[in-house]
Write a protein that binds this ligand. Sequence first.
Ligand SMILES: [Mg+2]
Length: 221
Amino acid sequence: MTRGGHERAIVFDLDDTLYPERAYAFSGFDSVAAAFAERLSADFDVSARMRELFDTPDRHRVFNAIAAQCNAPESIVAEMIDHFRHHAPRIQLHSDAEAALTRLRPSCKLGVISDGYSIVQHAKIDALDVRQRVDAVIVTDDYGRAFWKPHPRAFEEMAALLGVEHRHCAYVADNPAKDFVAPNALGWRTVFIERPDGVHAKNPPADSGAARETIMSLDAL
Ligand SMILES: [Mg+2]
């Protein structure tokens, strides 16, 4: 902290803000397909079929659809989900995220606030080597399901952890349905990063959930 507490903080969402969420899903599909190959004994490419299903309204029932197609018992689905959530993800930062974290580190406090199951989000954060590149990481699920966005707790705690006033904090994220409600209410600058391939980019904004700015690349920060 230097002169007069005017330090700036930029806090990022994780999925589809710093790395492509689709790559995490595909990494998990490859891992599940390999681990369950024998038990599914499919006569088709299971991982390729999962990728197809990811882009349909069946996105949240991918493993059910595969199990049904392979005449596998319904009980295998829970095992596949468990394997998926515990797999070691092979993912990489978006190139503009990699550049932004490096460029902004000397002049700003940096943070990450992410929703999702704790074990999954921490595995992603480890795989992306993000912890060393920012000043604070909060996975909302570590507080419990009730504290996922749009609950304000993570934003209040992040500002305190970084020692930056709310009005000097920014939140950069991709999901208009939930990401900007709390930081808007706290007086943060809110920035929607529009990822063409983003899983949630087309979600309609929540009430009072529209970001104040939209950017197409983190290069614009
Ligand atoms: Mg996201």
